[in-house]
Design a protein around this ligand. Structure first.
Ligand SMILES: [Fe+2]
Length: 197
């Protein structure tokens, strides 16, 4: 038995919809984060980023690339959360790190993201657990606890642009080395961090 399925690319109207399904411009998403009165959960951050319908023109003022490192561009910060745009050329990736208690969600806006997930063995050494390829449009969450490394893989030829939301905003985070039990510290906002500015 056949069924009639009508597919349409008509934009979803932004009025008269349930609050949970309304689509966001970047400005509207920023306003929604600014309106939060309680800390969002990881799943709420994930849901907010999934509702983003990005206009490239909105993103343009927040873009900037460096040859030797990915770059961080903050869009919004409050006591409860922060949102940043990160720009990556092929081969750029983070250190292995956690988020020290912050929840996070990442929306891949352009390009393809490689995410490596790590675990600790019985000796407390960091070992590789999983690797995922994330395509443009996908949203991935970083739960607590988590240890990961993300980047624009060496084999990619395109630039990558990602939007990150963290709650609470990142302060000092822990960094790790593969096969080691040593834990380091990193302040992502440090002006000396070459990814900033
Ligand atoms: Fe991360």
């Amino acid at each position: 038995m056949s069924t009639n399925v009508t597919q349409t690319n008509t934009p979803v109207p932004t009025t008269g919809e349930p609050e949970q399904t309304r689509r966001f411009t970047l400005a509207a998403l920023t306003a929604a984060l600014d309106a939060l009165t309680v800390a969002p959960t990881q799943s709420e951050l994930d849901a907010l980023l999934r509702r983003l319908e990005l206009d490239p023109e909105e993103l343009r003022p927040h873009l900037g690339f460096k040859p030797n490192t990915y770059t961080r561009h903050r869009i919004f910060r409050s006591e409860l959360c922060e949102m940043l745009v990160l720009c990556w050329l092929p081969g750029h990736r983070t250190a292995i790190h956690d988020h020290n208690g912050s929840y996070g969600a990442i929306r891949i806006c352009e390009g393809a993201m490689e995410e490596e997930i790590f675990a600790m063995n019985e000796a407390g050494e960091v070992v590789s657990a999983e690797t995922h390829a994330r395509a443009a449009g996908e949203v991935t969450g970083t739960d607590v606890p988590d240890i990961h490394r993300i980047g624009n893989a060496d084999g990619n030829v395109e630039r990558m642009i990602t939007i990150h939301v963290y709650a609470p905003p990142l302060r000092v985070i822990n960094t790790y080395q593969l096969g080691s039990a040593e834990v380091g510290e990193c302040w992502p906002d440090d002006p000396a961090n070459p990814a900033n500015g």
